[in-house]
Write a protein that binds this ligand. Sequence first.
Ligand SMILES: *Cc1c(COP(=O)(O)O)cnc(C)c1O
Length: 417
Amino acid sequence: MTPFIPFLHDNNCLHAEQVPVEQLAETFGTPLYVYSRQALISQYQRYQSAVSEQDMICYAVKANSNLAVLRTLADQGAGFDIVSGGELERVLAAGGDPARVVFSGVGKQPAEMQRALEVGIHCFNVESLRELEQLQAVAASLETVARVSLRVNPDVDARTHPYISTGLKANKFGVPVEDAETFYLQARDMAFIEPVGVDCHIGSQLTETEPLLEALDSLLVLVGRLRTQGIELVHVDMGGGLGVSYEEGEQPPDIEQYIAIVHDRLAAQGLHLILEPGRSIVADAGMFLTRVSLLKTGEEKNFAVVDGAMNDLLRPALYGAWQRVVPVTPRPGKPALWDIVGPICETGDFLAKDRELVLAEGDLLAVMQAGAYGFVMSSNYNTRPRAAEVMVDGDKAHLVRRRETLSELLAAEQELS
Ligand SMILES: *Cc1c(COP(=O)(O)O)cnc(C)c1O
């Protein structure tokens, strides 16, 4: 399937699907997140159409948890990968099917486990023996059975940024593959636990699939060993992690090709597949729109100070991430080198560095591939209300989260009484 391209220039004006981005800025203000409904659907369908009926594509909610995003995917029949009770409530509010939810994370609270059992989620991705014992206790108190999968740490190097690499022994996630058998033997003997699968998630923004396939092999060896012990697992969950193209020339793995390989290896063993893609579904479907407040030129550096900042879009400050910056209405002229910076009192507050652009005050800039790990990582640092979010569908734009107000930011606080 060819991916749908949501943001294109037409007549020197950037469009989101059929809506001029200029118009979105005027109607909803900046800074603003803009999502394309069609891009979300088309990217989800690339996954869904490559797997079988019994397999599950569980969108990783943490990548972008806006209710309209979740609703769009739920309407397509998506499952969801959650990492907190809060994300579970979002999925339920958006009409997601709890029977298609998997619950990941190293520190699930008993109350979160209880709620997940009550609504009947598909599976808990358990990350330690202690967690398994805690889950057993909660399940016992409800007299219900918790289906579990063990998150195995296959000790492969995902060759991505260290902050988003999760499958090495030095990482806090999962159980070493050597200890997995003991885990399953204990799980089998617990009255309120049913082991149904095994999972891993070795990192994010992977640009090659070899580490994933290496991890898959090690999971399959484990599945085989468990079989000889009489433990029959039903599914293998490969987590998320496929990268997207932030930079020109950055070639992310082909989704269909990757799934075909994984699917074949699992089908040969009679196993079902679960995937938990986040970034690769939403990143390209979103952009972050910001306006140039003023230009500050100097001997060493030119700064374009914009109204968006690291509190709105953290990835550049957090990982030194590079995201494409595109003028909404490109100007003719000789480009200069600009750092695109926000108004926050931190030197790390930049969206982009050394970009060749022709800029004037008041210009609109679009930071691309901002649909994943954008708004969800935003904060109120410097008492800045968080940006609004808009979803475009054809020629219509829907406000899907209104801009926060200053009084909302102050409302939860009180002075000494
Ligand atoms: C973050 C995460 C994902 C999604 O990762 P992407 O790189 O966004 O696809 C999937 N599973 C788990 C357990 C995660 O923590």
